[in-house]
Design a binder for this molecule. Structure first.
Ligand SMILES: [Cu+2]
Length: 159
């Protein structure tokens, strides 16, 4: 019986990591459906660029000294249609008992390279430690969506 339990535990570890590494949460806030995704950092430059930058803050490139390991972005929908233009503010902090300081994410507007503007999303590459996070997303000033998630593994600084 113990052997079976050990096998299940070993099997569960990679599944948990995989789940934590690609986080997706959705919240309806007023007329806007906000989906946050936390993914491994994405490239904006070169022949294998995954993201096409369309405006807003400059992208934090993979080569940046901050060594970004995640891509924290929000996709917006209004009446089931993707929103291509919006004023988006993203604040995040470590959700520890003594609460970390709020940090403002420099929000870039981008779409997936080679795809249409229907894939528009807002956010940037960022360095996040494996921890609990709280994120507030404000769309067009008000209202806002509040997300909580936990990262249990992080990719290396540069892919
Ligand atoms: Cu992106």
């Amino acid at each position: 019986m113990r052997k079976i339990l050990l096998f299940i535990a070993l099997l569960a570890v990679p599944l948990i990591n995989l789940k934590a590494q690609n986080i997706t949460q959705t919240e309806q806030t007023g007329p806007v459906l906000v989906t946050i995704k936390v993914l491994p950092a994405e490239s904006f430059k070169g022949p294998n660029a995954e993201m096409a930058w369309d405006g807003g803050a400059r992208p934090v490139l993979l080569s940046h000294s901050l060594r970004p390991d995640h891509h924290m972005v929000v996709f917006l929908k209004e009446e089931k249609r993707p929103v291509e233009m919006a004023k988006v503010t993203i604040l995040y902090r470590e959700n520890t008992p003594d609460k970390g300081r709020w940090t403002l994410l420099p929000v870039a507007r981008m779409h997936i390279e080679g795809k249409s503007l229907k894939t528009t999303h807002f956010g940037n590459n960022v360095d996040l430690k494996p921890w609990n996070y709280e994120v507030i997303v404000v769309v067009n000033q008000d209202p806002h969506a509040d997300f909580h998630f936990k990262l249990t593994s992080c990719t290396a600084g540069i892919k």
